[in-house]
Design a protein around this ligand. Structure first.
Ligand SMILES: NC(=O)c1ccc[n+]([C@@H]2O[C@H](COP(=O)([O-])OP(=O)(O)OC[C@H]3O[C@@H](n4cnc5c(N)ncnc54)[C@H](OP(=O)(O)O)[C@@H]3O)[C@@H](O)[C@H]2O)c1
Length: 337
């Protein structure tokens, strides 16, 4: 079987660390592994499959023998280094926002549009974490009905901002409980015991980039310009697992039994929906479950064509690292690389 040289770029970060774990779990046919981070981490060691690897920083020629480079180093750094990786011959799967909406860059959720990978010109983009879990939950509905409108409010974990944000939440929670001064460096406000209704940059139209990503990425993944998503994205003091309250308007009248049938028969979804027995998804449940968890499914009180649901997903795994590895796995198994 053919083996591949793989680089994990951002190997010390929240996503990169999980990426290495998933590469072990998935057992991709890896010939050589390169672990790459910033010059700050150069020379440090990372253990992968019981072997120690020395962390490298990006130099001229870093990607010359690399078949697949999995990038998780933020948009600015991706804009700087992805062109080099492509020039040096690597196929890049990028976790940042840098290339997602470029026409020649496929935006892929393997459960939904795997065939889109064929149109790549060296870069495949991983969608935003909140988009991935939403489109997986919408997919069984999209396959069976025309979706007219989606309203979503997100409740996003701090791990979505990276390792420094996890530290900030933990430090603030401790300071709060100890009665000490609370310092905020990653977020503009205290995140412990609080909620921040602004993620990413604010635009002139009053929406944040994070909210607009949910709209434009959904259209691209479903290849449907008519599906309109209006979002409010909120950061909450949870470490792992994004939650979303989703209102979906479809062309037909909602038959709840039918909706539940489609959701429960989708292999990428776990329906946990028995609220009388306190059974519904919570973010902690996503820590050891790679499916998208759906619950609280109900018909809208005032609109026969609409339903509400609560959707939880692991933002670091399916929302980032796992999706990227699944793209690589698909490319390999389909002999596309
Ligand atoms: N966290 C999520 O839920 C999530 C979900 C979807 C997408 N993403 C995307 O994934 C990317 C990384 O996020 P993260 O949460 O893992 O961030 P993070 O925890 O802050 O990690 C950032 C990583 O980038 C590396 N890095 C920084 N500057 C670099 C440079 N000049 N050259 C090489 N490596 C460099 C860091 O290395 P050092 O340790 O040496 O500084 C670290 O490994 C971002 O684009 C983010 O938008 C994250």
């Amino acid at each position: 079987m053919k083996e591949y040289n793989i680089a994990v770029v951002g190997a010390t970060g929240a996503v990169g660390t999980e990426m290495l774990k998933i590469l072990e779990e998935y057992d991709l046919p890896i010939k050589n592994l390169k672990v790459i981070a910033s010059p700050r981490s150069e020379g440090n060691k990372i253990t992968f499959k019981n072997t120690e690897y020395e962390i490298e920083s990006i130099q001229k020629g870093t990607f010359e023998n690399i078949d697949i480079a999995l990038f998780s180093i933020g948009s600015g750094n991706s804009k700087k280094f992805v062109p080099q990786a492509v020039y040096e011959g690597a196929l890049v799967i990028d976790n940042s926002n840098a290339y997602r909406m470029d026409d020649e860059v496929p935006l892929v959720v393997p459960e939904i549009n795997p065939e889109a990978v064929k149109d790549h010109s060296g870069i495949i983009a991983n969608p935003n974490c909140s988009t991935i879990q939403m489109v997986i939950a919408l997919n069984p509905l999209k396959k069976n009905f025309k979706i007219n409108k989606v309203l979503v409010s997100t409740y996003q974990a701090v791990s979505g901002t990276g390792l420094k944000a996890i530290e900030e939440l933990k430090n603030q929670a401790k300071a709060y409980l100890d009665g000490n001064e609370i310092k905020s460096e990653v977020y503009p406000h205290q995140i412990a015991f609080n909620a921040i209704p602004l993620i990413d940059k604010i635009n002139d139209n009053g929406y944040t980039e994070e909210e607009l990503k949910l709209n434009r990425e959904t259209k691209k993944i479903f290849d449907d310009q008519e599906i309109n998503v209006t979002a409010t994205a909120v950061r909450i003091p949870v470490v792992y697992g994004h939650s979303e309250s989703i209102h979906v308007e479809i062309e037909n009248e909602v038959d709840l039994e039918e909706i539940e049938y489609f959701l429960s028969n989708d292999e990428n979804i776990k329906l946990i929906d028995n609220p009388e027995e306190d059974q519904y998804p919570t973010p902690i449940m996503s820590e050891d479950n790679d499916k998208i968890l759906v619950g609280r499914v109900r018909k809208d009180l005032h609109n026969d064509n609409a339903l509400e649901m609560w959707v939880v997903g692991n933002n670091i795994r399916k929302g980032a690292a796992l999706n990227a590895v699944q793209i690589a796995d698909y490319m390999i198994k389909s002999n596309l690389i």
